[in-house]
Design a protein around this ligand. Structure first.
Ligand code: UDX
Ligand code: ADP
Length: 464
């Protein structure tokens, strides 16, 4: 079959895989290829055990793979073959040198730019999909502009706003698609080409265009604003506990103001995921770099509150359980950073588990999708950890349960049966405020939510 457009994506991760699957699904007359230096990942995309869990993804892969969606190992050959190249490689926080712990590590991106330059035999449109600090396109352009002869490259910014766990829904029905380009004749032509791809299924008014720097910055700012809401409500949750208020009631009252809105106001143990912390620290680094310490401090406080909320949760478990956790068995229900994903990057569960182990607790980890990643994250831990997927088996003989992910499954468990199999007094620390606290208290548990009074059977012990 002759395809109308040939699209390549470099990087077959959480962003590249699902995004390309959606393009292939919506544009059956386009050929979409995804490559990665990690050959195991490519093998996994070509198998029945996909490397990324997203509701709805497997069905789309099944429909498109081998027809107009291909996962391939030949990076050089595919660069030659394709005219439109999405770059979706990882840009983690730097762990070394200048900006360590804050700035983005752009080595994978730079390597990709150099590969594109080396293997291209014709002009191409290069689209930045990875989350990047502002002005990355400039670095990309500078590397690519050293091309000899008649070949030229147009670099576009097209940040991805999808959230994990709802990636396919977000990709199919996005709030907006943002495309940034240079405002030159060739930049605008490339922009039009990318608009055409999305216009196959996204209403035109939702496809917005801007200059390339606004586009890059918008991604960082969107994530910083979302994370800021979570830290704002979390900062209020501690006040609620002390003032006998209920953070869910406060969030509802505040969120019903249409100027504020009700989303991202769930108090809990804090945000995780590959984007929020990384993007805010990136923003902080940029502000410091440009000599704006007040702005940098403002955004850095969002990350500080997030850490504070996790530390507070641990100290609360410790003080409630009579100031010692040594030898006590604590079951962690949920290890992924949010529900409906097996991803554990920056999951609050990692820090909380490590702190529990440091208190010499025995930790049992249970999660419907993240057991493999949890074991990798904690591979260096010497403490007592067991991994038991079935929650009813996991809680047996435990002194306490800590709910760390908002999986629906945990709302529906038979807590009576669970209570019977645990050591008494039994405790539940609901780090996501998802279970029926009153019902669990009536069963016999001592129940401690976030941002609301605890329900304790102990005389003279305050709820929190
Ligand atoms: C985020 C952005 O939402 C998305 O637009 C961007 O493309 C990537 O980063 P993601 O990290 O997948 O997506 O998940 P998100 O739903 O934003 O949740 C992030 C974290 O915040 C999770 O740990 C979640 O549990 C936490 N959260 C979210 C809360 O604690 N309370 C809330 O009210 C909402
Ligand atoms: P994201 O969440 O941004 O998609 P991931 O880490 O899930 O991040 O995916 C990024 C992918 O990019 C990884 O599979 C990694 O192997 C791949 N990658 C990194 N550098 C290169 C490169 N130079 N060429 C091809 N693939 C790369």
């Amino acid at each position: 079959m002759k395809f109308k457009k040939k699209i390549l994506c470099i990087g077959a991760g959480y962003v590249g895989g699902p995004t390309m699957a959606m393009i292939a699904h919506k544009c059956p007359d386009y050929r979409v290829t995804v490559v990665d230096i990690n050959h195991e990942r490519i093998d996994a995309w070509n198998s029945s055990e996909l490397p990324v869990y997203e509701p709805g993804l497997a069905a789309i892969i099944k429909k498109t793979r081998g027809k107009n969606l291909f996962f391939d190992k030949d990076i050089a050959g595919q660069i030659k073959e394709n005219d439109i190249i999405f770059v979706s490689v990882n840009t983690p926080t730097k762990t070394f040198g200048a900006g360590a712990g804050m700035a983005s590590d752009l080595q994978f991106l730079e390597k990709t730019a150099r590969e594109i330059l080396k293997y291209s035999q014709s002009s191409k449109i290069i689209i930045e999909k990875s989350t990047l600090p502002v002005k990355t396109a400039l670095a990309m352009e500078r590397i690519l502009s050293s091309a000899k002869g008649k070949i030229s490259f147009e670099v576009l910014s097209n940040p991805e706003f999808m959230a994990e766990g709802s990636a396919m829904k977000d990709l199919e029905n996005p709030d907006r698609v943002l495309i940034g380009s240079r405002e030159t004749i060739s930049g605008l032509k490339a922009r039009k080409e990318l608009v055409e791809i999305y216009a196959r299924w996204v209403p035109k008014e939702k496809i917005i265009t801007s200059n390339i720097w606004s586009s890059e910055l918008s991604k960082l700012v969107a994530n910083a604003f979302l994370a800021q809401r979570v830290s704002s409500i979390n900062s209020i949750s501690v006040l609620c506990e002390i003032a006998d208020a209920d953070v869910s009631e406060v969030a509802r009252a505040v969120g019903l103001d249409s100027r504020i809105g009700g989303k991202f106001l769930n108090a809990g143990i804090g945000f995780g995921g590959s984007c929020f912390k990384k993007d805010i620290l990136n923003l902080v680094y940029l502000c410091r770099f440009y000599g704006l310490p007040e702005v940098a401090d403002y955004w850095e406080s969002v990350v500080k509150i997030n850490k504070y909320q996790q530390e507070r949760f641990i100290l609360h478990i410790l003080s409630t359980m009579f100031n010692t956790l040594a030898g006590k068995k604590i079951c962690i229900l949920g290890f992924s950073f949010k529900a409906n994903t097996g991803d554990t990057r920056e999951s609050p569960a990692i820090y909380i588990t490590r702190r529990l182990l440091a208190e010499c607790a025995d930790v049992v980890i249970s999660d419907p999708k993240a057991m493999g990643n949890a074991a990798l994250d904690l591979a260096d831990e010497a403490g007592e950890i067991s991994y038991i997927k079935n929650p009813y088996e996991a809680v047996q003989g435990c002194h306490a349960i800590a709910i760390l992910t908002d999986w629906d499954l945990y709302k529906k468990l038979d807590y009576k049966k669970i209570y019977q199999s645990m050591v008494k007094p039994a405790f539940i620390f609901d780090g996501r405020n998802i279970i029926d606290h009153k019902k669990c208290f009536e069963i016999g548990f001592n129940v401690y939510p976030i941002g609301k009074p605890g329900l304790s059977h102990f005389k003279n012990q305050p709820g929190i």
